[in-house]
Design a protein around this ligand. Structure first.
Ligand SMILES: C[S@@+](CC[C@H](N)C(=O)[O-])C[C@H]1O[C@@H](n2cnc3c(N)ncnc32)[C@H](O)[C@@H]1O
Length: 376
């Protein structure tokens, strides 16, 4: 299988895949590949938090002529996956390859799969009224990778975000930010510019062990190649894994009352309405009492929302509030490389380059002192 993710989140996805017990993991830009069984497809789709989609790798080979692409695609066991009535589309991409025309590669692959299906099922005409299959041909350095998309709509579409605000981050990215931080379910977490609440909602899902895909469907649910029971089992054990409400310390603020209302509605839709408190507040009025905690936030990017003066004021507020709070870990996602000039508590302990859609952003990480261990 291949988990596809935003550039920069590979290490987090790898950790997630490892935690699910998979081995033989290979990481490349935007991709984490691992060995799994067909029965694992439901579990992986239901549980992966920071990946965008999950593909089955049907085959991989070198191809520098269209004939090679055609013959080797045709040799793959498409009938193991695609049903006789399957509706299938082919998309593609090509980077640094002799076969650089994506459209030509797509149509060659489509033709090869149709021929293979005709041989497999002994028919010439396909109704295409059944389950959907999205094939991708990806050419990279003359190596063709042929995959089937098991997810359908992106895994970021958890189904809870009805109100998104002006510049929301993807749910998968928000989960990645939380998993990259040192937050855990026993620690206080705030997002003082929470927008539609995505970061806190993802933290609540993590804290309560709620599988992020539990309230949605996946393209491969109708594939006969995956035993129905595997879906049933995966959903049942995901439901059993959920921890009861209570005990999380999650707080969200935003200057815009509409965003506060949106966050509340989204959290409720995600089943974590009782785990997070949201309140309208300007960050300049934020008052922190606790000695230890975590802040994860993505401020307006200046040129996208508000103007530079406002953004600078926000940075100044973060500096004022947290400069002496050594027990607080501060995590800020922004496209603005000036942020560390304002937050002068220390140099960032780590800076990770990520992509928020097409926008290059940085995740500035300032680690706080650890809270004393709780007496058992
Ligand atoms: C980039 S958005 C956050 C998006 C959020 N992470 C999400 O996924 O929806 C920045 C948010 O900061 C809020 N904001 C702007 N100025 C603020 C201030 N002075 N105090 C608190 N919130 C502010 C905006 O209303 C906006 O919702």
């Amino acid at each position: 299988m291949i988990a596809i993710e935003t550039f920069g989140l590979e290490a987090v996805v790898k950790r997630e895949v490892q935690a699910m017990g998979f081995e033989d993991i290979k990481v490349s830009p935007g991709k984490v590949e691992f060995s799994a069984q067909v029965e694992d497809i439901p579990r992986v789709n239901l549980w992966l938090r920071s990946a965008d989609r999950v593909l089955v790798k049907v085959g991989e080979f070198k191809a520098v002529t269209f004939e090679e692409l055609f013959e080797q695609t045709k040799a793959l066991p498409w009938g193991d996956w695609i049903t006789q009535d399957g509706k299938f589309t082919v998309n593609g991409k090509a980077v640094k390859s002799i076969l650089g025309s994506v459209r030509a590669c797509q149509s060659i692959v489509k033709k090869a799969v149709v021929e293979k299906m005709a041989d497999t099922y002994g028919v010439e005409w396909f109704e295409e009224t059944g389950p959907e299959f999205t094939i991708q041909v990806s050419m990279l350095n003359d190596i063709a990778t042929l995959t089937l998309d098991t997810s359908g709509s992106g895994l970021n579409r958890r189904g809870y975000r009805k109100h998104a605000g002006m510049a929301p981050i993807k749910e998968t990215m928000a989960a990645g930010l939380v998993l990259l931080s040192f937050w855990n379910e026993e620690r206080l977490l705030i997002d003082p510019m929470c927008g539609s609440g995505t970061i806190l909602i993802e933290a609540a899902l993590i804290g309560r062990k709620i599988a992020p895909g539990l309230n949605r469907e996946f393209a491969s649910e109708d594939w006969p190649a995956i035993p129905r029971q595997a879906w049933g089992d995966a959903r049942r054990s995901a439901k059993e894994a959920i921890l009861p409400e209570g005990g999380l310390q999650l707080f969200g603020y935003d200057i815009d009352p509409e965003m506060v209302a949106a966050s509340k509605a989204n959290a409720k839709a995600a089943g974590v309405g009782g785990d997070i408190s949201f309140e309208q507040k300007d960050i300049k009025d934020l008052w922190i009492d606790a000695q230890y905690g975590v802040i994860i936030s993505n401020p307006p990017y200046g040129y996208k929302l508000g103007d530079y003066k406002d953004v600078n004021q926000i940075y100044i507020s973060i500096h004022k509030t947290f400069k002496k709070k050594k027990g607080w870990s501060v995590y800020i996602l922004t496209a603005d490389t000036k942020f560390p000039d304002y937050f002068k508590r220390a140099q960032p302990d780590r800076t990770r380059k990520l992509f928020n859609g097409p926008l290059e952003v940085r995740y500035y990480q300032y680690f706080g002192e650890r809270p004393p261990r709780k007496e058992k």
